[in-house]
Design a protein around this ligand. Structure first.
Ligand code: GTP
Ligand code: MG
Length: 193
């Protein structure tokens, strides 16, 4: 699958604003600042579609992008930056629970991990949560341009062993080099018809 026409549809902050229609959804989750919004821009070849920032916590709403009227790419708020505030963390949990519960058109979650850092405890919690809810996930490594090819291969080996996760289900990407898009497109074909 290629991503040709991408259009921002809306931002939502609570369940009553979420989109539950007939179109499939592919959600993007990960720590704050890992590169979720950047990945959307890379996939859609539109540097300005999703707002990115070097300040963690940029995306605080659930943002829907319509891709070729085939599915929504959904940019979710990142976790981990608001450790200090229990109130904000709780609000984040509620939004996520509302998003992931009974979302029948959610076909796949792209779980993003920084190539250099790999999975933190919060990422592992997120994986367990998705596993419990039986939501299929694909691991996407971001910022692959920040390490060498051999380091990247070592990181993929390590992650696959640690999480007991097939290497076929780990895709490395770089927003800088615009790499990894094709492989994600091929995998999405299996989930969206
Ligand atoms: N070198 C490099 N920088 C990247 C890459 N992806 C993202 N970045 C940078 O990392 C920072 C965070 O990127 P975002 O896409 O805004 O991250 P996010 O996950 O959407 O963050 P929140 O919205 O805060 O949850 C920005 O400064 C990006 O330019 C990449 O593949 N390579
Ligand atoms: Mg973002």
């Amino acid at each position: 699958m290629r991503f040709i026409n991408a259009k921002f549809i809306k931002s939502a902050s609570k369940k009553s604003e979420f989109i539950f229609d007939d179109l499939a959804q592919v959600a993007i989750v990960g720590r704050s600042n890992v590169g979720k919004s950047s990945l959307i821009n890379t996939l859609t070849n539109n540097g300005k579609l999703a707002k990115t920032s070097s300040t963690p916590g940029r995306t605080r709403l659930v943002n829907y992008f319509n891709i070729d009227n085939k599915f929504y790419l959904v940019d979710l708020p990142g976790y981990g930056y608001h450790k200090a505030s229990k109130g904000i963390a709780k609000a984040w949990d509620n939004v996520m629970n509302d998003y992931f519960s009974d979302n029948l058109n959610l076909k796949l979650v792209l779980l993003l991990l920084d190539s250099r850092i790999l999975a933190t405890d919060l990422d592992k919690q997120m994986m367990d949560y998705l596993f419990e809810k039986q939501i299929p996930a694909l691991i996407v490594l971001t910022k692959a341009d920040k390490i060498s090819r051999s380091e990247l291969n070592l990181q993929i080996d390590k992650l696959s062993k640690e999480l007991r996760y097939s290497k076929d289900r780990i895709v490395s990407t770089s927003a800088l080099k615009k790499s990894g898009v094709e492989k994600i497109g091929i995998i999405l074909d299996d989930y969206i018809n």
